[in-house]
Design a protein around this ligand. Structure first.
Ligand code: SAM
Ligand code: SF4
Length: 340
């Protein structure tokens, strides 16, 4: 397989607004063993298997991005750990961590299978994982995930902690739920040295639920938190939409991801590739470049690299999420398809 000349690959990925792209979110499946109420409908229609990239193709995409200067890759989904043999991908990307071309390989998971994979992930060089957890109430967890078990997830988190993985808990802010739970989530996360990030729901795909009824603006949740905790803003910038504060009483970090009430697209450093090989340069726009066809047309990576470069040139300025359109999805594809 031919690769770009070193001179060409030395050119970093920079879009027309001057933003460097250094972060890839790579979705390995759109399937999931849960059905979170804000993410997908109960009877979700998944992609047909023949449309998915093979593990070898996913690795080829990852390598092309590394060659183009991407230094951080997050494996996501759907639920990445339900993809058969997904550990092969982690293991095969591990040498890039060792030689320094990749600075971070990580994943976002619902943790249902984390107990089985935590040790393997640590061995492959993964140092941090994001775990999605919206409630610590077992019954509410089963309701919100439409059938999941909180006990299984907590065992997954414990297994990850035992092998030394740093954990960030991601909680989607839900009206009527998170206001009551946030103190407990702060104590749970910070009590065990984990960060906590709160995320506003985004209007992505039909879920069979009323998004407006679920939507809890983080501005108002933050004010409620500040009534009980002391939040000191922290100048931690990740190139993403999160803003962080340290809670004086716990010493832990709390992040706020507010794509709707604030728009931080001007510093966006990331792109996403779906499990079917579509490159989305913005989570909140419909633009997509098909890398699967390009890859299958030639074993030479030149076309793939050119396809990626061309797509980056059309990265939109920002998303168009609109709050008053929350009842209907602004973007038809689900978060589980694009990769969170
Ligand atoms: N299944 C894995 C998980 O839940 O961590 C990874 C994929 S999931 C799509 C990635 C993240 O997206 C999760 O933290 C989830 O809570 C979040 N998410 C899903 N749908 C969302 C939506 N409509 N708005 C905001 N966040 C969403
Ligand atoms: Fe599955 Fe993650 Fe979506 Fe929940 S948020 S349904 S765990 S993909």
């Amino acid at each position: 397989m031919l690769m770009e000349t070193s001179q060409a690959s030395a050119r970093p990925l920079v879009d027309t607004f001057g933003r460097s792209v250094s972060y890839l979110r790579l979705s390995v499946t759109d399937r999931c063993d849960l059905r979170c109420v804000y993410c997908m409908p109960e009877r979700m229609i998944f992609m047909q298997r023949q449309h998915l990239l093979s593990l070898e193709e996913l690795e080829r995409v990852a390598r092309a991005f590394i060659q183009l200067g991407v230094t951080k890759i997050r494996i996501t989904g759907g639920e990445p750990l339900v993809r058969k043999n997904v550990m092969t991908l982690f293991n095969n990307l591990s040498p890039s961590l060792r030689d320094g071309s990749l600075k971070e390989l990580t994943l976002t998971t619902n943790a249902t299978r984390l107990a089985d994979h935590a040790a393997g992930l640590a061995e492959a060089g993964v140092r941090r994982v994001n775990v999605s957890l919206d409630t610590l109430d077992p019954q509410r967890f089963t309701e919100l995930t439409r059938g999941g078990s909180l006990t299984t997830v907590l065992k997954g988190i414990e297994a990850a902690r035992l092998v030394g993985l740093a954990i960030k808990i991601n909680t989607v802010a839900l009206k009527g739920v998170t206001e009551k739970e946030v103190d407990q989530l702060i104590r749970f996360a910070h009590g065990d040295g984990m960060d906590l990030t709160l995320i506003e729901t985004m209007p992505l795909g039909e879920t069979g639920e009323d998004r407006l009824a679920q939507y809890l603006p983080l501005d108002s949740l933050r004010r409620q938190i500040e009534e009980r905790w002391t939040l000191n803003p922290v100048a931690l910038r990740t190139g993403g939409p999160a803003r962080y504060a340290r809670i004086e009483e716990t010493g832990g970090l709390v992040g706020f991801i507010t794509p709707l009430t604030h728009n931080f697209c001007e510093g966006c450093n990331r792109v996403r590739v779906t499990a079917a090989g579509l490159l989305h340069t913005c989570l909140g726009q419909e633009d997509a470049a098909d890398l699967k066809d390009v890859m299958r047309a030639s074993q030479d990576d030149r076309m793939l690299v050119d396809g990626i470069r061309a797509a980056i040139q059309s990265k939109p300025r920002g998303h168009d999420f609109v709050l008053d359109r929350m009842s209907a999805p602004t973007i038809a594809r689900h978060m589980s398809n694009t990769g969170g």
